[in-house]
Design a protein around this ligand. Structure first.
Ligand SMILES: [Zn+2]
Length: 163
């Protein structure tokens, strides 16, 4: 009795070192940021509270922007008590629900590359600072863009500029 052609397909697939290299590369894709970077400073375990959709959208955006060489996150999850200690935080912050990521860049050109990528990745809410960007996908809050300090308009409308 001979081996069926579909068995040969399996043997060829699993016997192929290139398939293994590809599989390992896909499964061990390097994390850009460690867990601490996403945690509230007063609770190192709080990275668990970061929504999967937010983290995936953020990682997609930072990869699209070509700025995934190192971690750019300055604040993601915030406990309500930590959020209250911040001078310019809003009480109903999407950070306290694990749906926001703040990033810091070296130049305005980098900032704008990330903003464009964040729009492409699907973030409906983007705050644009001098060199920082807030992104969130909190469905409880209205979509839009803004500048810093809060209450000032963004330097440009990211949703107009790129679409
Ligand atoms: Zn923020």
């Amino acid at each position: 009795m001979s081996i069926s052609s579909s068995s040969w397909d399996l043997i060829i697939m699993f016997g192929n070192p290139l398939a293994w290299i590809l599989a390992i590369a896909l499964f061990s894709r390097r994390r850009i940021c460690d867990r601490e970077s996403y945690s509230s400073p007063d609770d190192p375990e709080s990275f668990h509270l970061l929504r999967r959709s937010t983290r995936r959208m953020y990682e997609r955006a930072i990869r699209i922007s070509g700025l995934a060489d190192r971690c750019r996150v300055i604040s993601a999850v915030r406990t309500a008590s930590y959020n209250r200690t911040l001078p310019n935080s809003v009480e109903n912050s999407s950070h306290t629900r694990g749906m926001a990521v703040d990033t810091q860049f070296d130049t305005k050109a980098e900032r704008d590359r990330f903003v464009e990528a964040a729009v492409k990745a699907g973030f409906p809410r983007i705050g644009i600072g001098n060199l920082s960007v807030h992104v969130d996908n909190d469905p409880e809050l209205p979509p839009g863009s803004w500048g810093y300090p809060l209450g000032t308009p963004p330097p440009y409308d990211p949703f107009e500029k790129y679409f």
